[in-house]
Design a protein around this ligand. Structure first.
Ligand SMILES: Nc1ncnc2c1ncn2[C@@H]1O[C@H](COP(=O)(O)OP(=O)(O)OP(=O)(O)O)[C@@H](O)[C@H]1O
Ligand SMILES: [Mg+2]
Length: 272
């Protein structure tokens, strides 16, 4: 793995009017590293991700992506964004276009690839996410999990240097989550640089190199994934994890004795 910093966030602040959503965030993601961001709703996770590709403009602080400071007023942000793949909770596929056309559109418009090359790249990436046979299907003919894998393949077709994921599985039925996580896991193994907001704690623990826990617009704790998820040092992290790993048990005891949670079940909870 080559070294180098792909994402560097320094002293990042973001306010919406009087609401200070990010209050001094520092994050570094090295090339090939997978960093998961966890934290309660409203803690600023999506805002942080959106500041990385300038979908939100930071109030202060700097963001540097692959050596280019995106917060520099003179930056060509479209050029930087081209190197960043972004996958959201909603898939945002064009319903009137086939899967293949969804994957070739931006390649042709933005990267100026010809029809044949764009289709070749698209098919290779559909193969990568296990959907080679769905090239001619329309989004409505696919399950949510398949649509999300198409969205990932679409992002990959732009040859990104790094990928941002914002809760890519949280809109999915539990039985569809695994296939999407498997694709993300294989991307990580291929050495893709990834910054992932997720509630999937088993994914974070097993796939991430580091986990960042945010609360109230600050990073409360960060470190190796196994340690932050398995042995958190801060009370707030512990409380959050207890709630995510076993929503029935926290913050208040529920009626009567509760059955012991099934350990393999954690990824499905807290979603619906
Ligand atoms: N465009 C906006 N205008 C005003 N307030 C916003 C805007 N975007 C986000 N916020 C507020 O900023 C705070 C952080 O939002 P953000 O979406 O970053 O949280 P999050 O950690 O991603 O939460 P969740 O887990 O629910 O997705 C919230 O209080 C939210 O209401
Ligand atoms: Mg969010």
């Amino acid at each position: 793995m080559s070294t180098g910093t792909q994402i560097e966030v320094r002293g990042l602040h973001k306010a919406f009017g009087d609401l200070e959503v990010l209050r001094g965030i520092d994050v570094t993601v090295a090339r090939g590293e997978v960093v998961c961001v966890i934290g309660p709703s409203g803690s600023g996770k999506s805002t942080l991700l959106r500041c990385v590709n300038l979908l939100e403009e930071p109030t202060s602080g700097t963001v540097t992506v692959a050596g280019t400071e995106v917060t520099d007023p003179d930056v060509d942000i479209d050029r930087v964004r081209r190197r960043i793949g972004m996958v959201f909770q909603s898939f945002n596929l064009f319903p009137h276009l086939t899967v293949l056309a969804n994957l070739t559109l931006a390649q042709r418009r933005v990267l100026r690839r010809d029809r044949r090359e764009a289709a070749e790249v698209a098919r290779a990436n559909l193969e990568r996410v296990g959907l080679a046979e769905k090239a001619e299907a329309y989004p409505a003919q696919l399950s949510g999990g398949q649509q999300q894998r198409v969205a990932i393949a679409r992002a990959l077709s732009m040859d990104p240097d790094l990928m941002l994921f914002d809760e890519p599985t949280s809109a999915l039925d539990p039985e569809l989550v695994g296939d999407v996580l498997a694709v993300m896991r294989s991307l990580a193994q291929e050495g893709m640089t990834m910054l992932v907001v997720t509630h999937e704690m088993s994914f974070a623990r097993e796939v991430a190199d580091r986990v960042v826990f945010m609360d109230g617009g600050v990073i409360v704790e960060e470190g190796p994934a196994q340690r932050v998820v398995g042995d958190p040092q801060h009370e707030r992290t512990r409380t959050f994890l207890a709630r995510v790993l076993d929503p029935a048990a926290a913050p208040e005891p529920v009626l009567g004795p509760t059955p012991t949670p099934v350990p393999g079940d954690v990824g499905k909870q807290g979603q619906r």
